[in-house]
Write a protein that binds this ligand. Structure first.
Ligand code: SAM
Ligand code: SF4
Length: 314
C-alpha cells in the first residue's frame, strides 16, 4: 500500500529478538542488554500473525533480523510458517553468520530465500575486538555452510568505520573478483553506543569511489548504489543513509522484538501491535504505514530513536 507521502511500502523488517551472541561496539553495550521477561518479546505465534497481517497490507518481502535472529528459539518453525503465507514473495534473513555452520541447511529447508551476512573486517584480531565475543573463523565457516546449503549470491553488509576498516576496502573489493557475492558498504549511523563517536569514524560511502575510481556503475537496487570491478564476478553496493538520504525511495516498515511498529529506523514514533488480532491488527499496521515519517534528520543530528540497533533490527 501507499504511505502518507505516496511511497509504496512492501518490505517488513521483523526483529525476532533483541539478544545477541556478539557485542559489536557500535551496536550494543559491552555488558549486553538485560534479558527481558519472556512475555515482553513477541511469541512465534504473534510474529506470524504480524507477518500475515502485513502481507494483507501489501508487504511482499520480509527480512528477519534482531539482535541475532539465529539465537531465537523457534526460528525455524517461524520461517516455515512465514514461507507458507500466500502473497509473500521473498523471505530473507540478516545474520552475523556465527551460527550458520549448524543452521544454514535447516534455514534453507525451512524456506529462507536469501541471506545477508554482516562482516566488518577480514582480520581476526580486529574482528574479535569489534564484536567483543566473536571469532572471524566461525563466520567464515558459516559462509561456507551457507553456500553448501544452496544460498547463492550472498550479500555481505560491511559498516564502514574510519580508522577501523577503511584500510580493508580493497580486500573486500577483491572478494568480488572470485565470488558472485555483493559486498555492501554501509555508512555508520550515529545511534546508540556510537552516537557519541568522533567525527572521523563516520566516513561517507563516496570515499570508496574516490579511492577506487575504476568501479563501474550498475543499475541501483533498492537503497543501494551498485558497482562492479572490471571483470569481477560479484558486485559492490554503497548504502549511504547519512550522506545521501534515500528516504524518498524507502519502502520499509519495521517491527521491534517487543511488538512496536516503526515507520522509520530513526524516528522516536512507535505504534504498539501487542494484543491486536485480525482486522484490528491490520488496521494498526495500515495506520503505521500511513504515518511513516517523510524523512530522518541524520544529516543534522544523531538518530531520534532512544533504542539501540539490536532492539530495532538494523
Ligand atoms: N545480528 C545481525 C547482524 O549483525 O547481521 C542482525 C542485526 S544487526 C543490528 C543488522 C545490521 O545493522 C548489521 O549489519 C549491523 O552491522 C548494522 N548496524 C548496527 N548498528 C549500526 C549503525 N550504528 N550504523 C550502521 N549499521 C549498523
Ligand atoms: Fe549483534 Fe548484529 Fe548488533 Fe553485532 S550488529 S551486536 S551481531 S545485533
Amino acid at each position: 500500500m501507499l504511505d502518507g507521502c505516496g511511497r509504496v511500502v512492501d518490505y517488513l523488517r521483523l526483529s525476532v529478538t533483541d539478544l545477541c551472541n556478539y557485542r559489536c561496539q557500535y551496536c550494543m553495550p559491552a555488558q549486553g542488554v538485560p534479558k527481558r521477561a519472556h512475555r515482553e518479546i513477541l511469541s512465534i505465534e504473534e510474529l506470524f500473525e504480524i507477518a500475515q497481517a502485513s502481507v494483507a497490507c501489501g508487504v511482499k518481502k520480509i527480512r528477519l533480523t534482531g539482535g541475532e535472529p539465529l539465537v531465537r528459539r523457534g526460528l525455524l518453525d517461524l520461517c516455515r510458517l512465514l514461507r507458507a503465507i500466500p502473497g509473500l514473495e521473498e523471505l530473507c534473513l540478516t545474520t552475523n553468520g556465527s551460527l550458520l555452520p549448524q543452521l544454514a541447511a535447516p534455514l534453507r529447508r525451512a524456506g529462507v530465500d536469501r541471506l545477508n551476512i554482516s562482516l566488518d573486517t577480514l582480520r581476526p584480531e580486529r574482528f574479535a575486538a569489534m564484536t567483543r565475543l566473536g571469532q572471524l573463523s566461525e563466520v567464515l565457516q558459516g559462509v561456507e555452510a551457507a553456500e553448501a546449503a544452496g544460498f547463492s549470491r550472498l550479500k555481505f553488509d560491511t559498516v564502514l568505520i574510519g580508522g577501523f576498516n577503511d584500510d580493508e576496502i580493497g580486500d573486500f573489493l577483491d572478494l568480488t573478483r572470485q565470488h558472485p557475492w555483493e559486498i555492501r558498504f554501509i555508512e555508520l549511523m550515529p545511534m546508540g553506543p556510537c552516537s557519541a563517536w568522533e567525527a572521523h569514524r563516520f566516513l561517507p560511502a563516496q570515499t570508496i569511489l574516490e579511492r577506487f575510481p575504476h568501479l563501474q556503475p550498475l543499475q541501483p537496487q533498492g537503497v543501494a548504489r551498485r558497482f562492479r570491478l572490471p571483470g569481477a564476478q560479484g558486485t559492490v553496493g554503497l548504502i549511504s543513509p547519512v550522506s545521501r538520504e534515500f528516504c524518498a525511495g524507502c519502502r520499509r516498515i519495521r517491527v521491534t522484538a517487543d511488538g512496536r511498529l516503526k515507520g522509520c529506523l530513526h524516528s522516536a514514533e512507535e505504534l504498539s501491535l501487542r494484543n491486536l488480532h485480525g482486522q484490528a491488527l491490520e488496521d494498526a499496521i495500515r495506520q503505521g504505514i500511513l504515518q511513516k515519517p517523510r524523512h530522518h534528520h541524520l544529516s543534522q543530528r544523531p538518530s531520534d530513536t532512544t533504542r539501540t540497533m539490536n532492539e530495532i533490527g538494523g
